[in-house]
Design a protein around this ligand. Structure first.
Ligand code: PLP
Length: 422
């Protein structure tokens, strides 16, 4: 796919910085469109794409993806309301997560979303009770923690002890319990194996396993399969040596499994949930260099936006610090290169956006850009550390710059606090 450049649709990053200040995230709306449409074309038609808002919960991102045909997978009340406000048809919303609160379950019922994905036997019982009290039905899917091991995921969500879903063998023993739930309709199964899968064959392998498991469980538990959610977890390359998923190859590998299942169950909705894959590569994080200095022989570039805005760049989950693609957006000529550590404003040595990267020499005032930053950005970062707050978020669409989230201000942050009389 086209990489995000220091100009997006002809708009320079310095222009956006001048208008909205730094640090900020900028999303290339046209790139999101191209990327989505390319994937859509490659996947079997009967496979529905649900956008996992968790990856980037901004309402304009959600609305853009919705306008392209994406449905929504949400995990909190705010995400649910965001998807609805973005115009998503409730029949195209599912709600999942291991710790749903009562008011969230009630909201699912109230807004008549397509399905709640239950993650424990207790949750099933609670849902049944809520429906009994309200004299209303509800479609419920069950998230399975499968007995088989997932292939290819960088972060495992199933196939081992996890707080997610119900163990496959526990569910297999639970047919009497399920039959006792008279007020909800169990409509199918969900499995999310893990994230950052970069191998098409492994996605296909997982898909086949999940579809087969769903069929077997439905038979065993006498459930009419109205939906199967095969998860997703498609990755994007962040580090050297990683390569993108090829949507054509992905489509070719999974189509036979999806089609065969679809022929056996023509009425069953088949859902794929994608977060990162839909947005990551269309986002750029931009921070301004405040100072440069040397310490014990190493060069440091200190910016106004560190891991408080972009925790993912730290590379959680790996023992060796690996760098996201990072560039000096102001000095693209790059005559003089320098190996440096790029840090932020936090008072901790772990505030390290990049370690020992070689980029064109940075000066105070330069803009530093981290690519592939459209997913798990500020919403997955400790934005309140040192009370800096949320950075600005901007989308470029059809050649125009739109502010899609205002930067937090100190007064906004202070307003949330209460000064008690002493
Ligand atoms: C986080 C999550 C997703 C989205 O994962 P990505 O790797 O961003 O695509 C989808 N489904 C579930 C259940 C999740 O927890």
């Amino acid at each position: 796919m086209v990489r995000v450049q220091h100009e997006i649709q002809g708009i320079g990053m310095s222009e956006i910085a001048a208008r909205y200040g730094t640090p900020f995230y900028v999303y290339d709306g046209e790139n999101i469109k191209r990327h989505y449409q390319r994937l859509r074309k490659c996947l079997p038609e009967c496979l529905e794409i649900f956008y996992s808002l968790k990856a980037n919960p901004n309402i304009s991102i959600c609305a853009l993806l919705k306008s392209l045909g994406a449905r929504a997978e949400v995990s909190s009340l705010a995400e649910l309301m965001c998807a609805l406000k973005a115009g998503t048809d409730p029949r195209n919303i599912i709600f999942l997560g291991p710790g749903k609160r009562m008011e969230e379950l009630q909201a699912c019922l109230e807004h008549r979303i397509y399905a709640v994905v239950a993650e424990s036997l207790q949750e099933l019982e609670l849902l049944d009770k809520i429906c009994a009290e309200r004299k209303s039905g509800m479609r419920v899917a069950i998230r399975i923690n499968p007995s088989f091991e997932v292939k290819g995921a960088r972060l495992m969500m199933g196939g081992r002890p996890r707080q997610f879903g119900i163990d496959q063998d526990q569910l297999e023993q639970a047919s009497a319990f399920l039959a006792s739930l008279k007020n909800i309709s169990i409509i199918g199964f969900h499995t999310y194996m893990g994230t950052r899968i970069l191998d098409e064959e492994e996605v296909a392998h997982n898909t086949l396993n999940i579809l087969t498991m769903a069929e077997n469980l439905a038979r065993l538990l006498k459930i009419e399969l109205e939906m199967v959610d095969i998860g997703g977890g498609l990755g994007v390359p962040y580090y050297d040596g990683e390569t993108s998923i090829d949507p054509v190859a992905l489509g070719e590998r999974i189509a036979p499994h999806i089609q065969a299942f679809h022929e056996r169950h023509p009425e069953t909705r088949i859902i794929m949930e994608l977060g990162r894959y839909l947005v990551a590569e269309s986002g750029l994080f931009v921070a301004r260099v405040l100072y440069t200095k040397e310490s014990c022989g190493e060069h440091f570039v200190i910016t106004d936006g560190g891991t408080n805005c972009h925790m993912a760049a730290v590379g959680i989950g790996s023992f060796v610090k690996r760098n996201f693609p990072i560039r000096n957006l102001s000095n693209t000529a790059g005559n003089e290169k320098l190996t440096c550590n790029i840090t932020g404003p936090l008072c901790t040595p772990s505030d390290l956006l990049a370690k020992a990267v070689t980029i064109p020499k940075a000066e105070p005032g330069d803009l530093i850009g981290i690519e592939n930053s459209g997913a798990y950005g500020p919403s997955a970062s400790p934005v309140f550390f040192l009370s800096h707050g949320y950075p600005a978020e901007v989308m470029v669409l059809n050649g125009e710059v739109h502010l899609i989230r205002e930067r937090d201000t100190y007064s906004g942050i202070l307003d949330r606090m209460r000064l008690i009389p002493l």
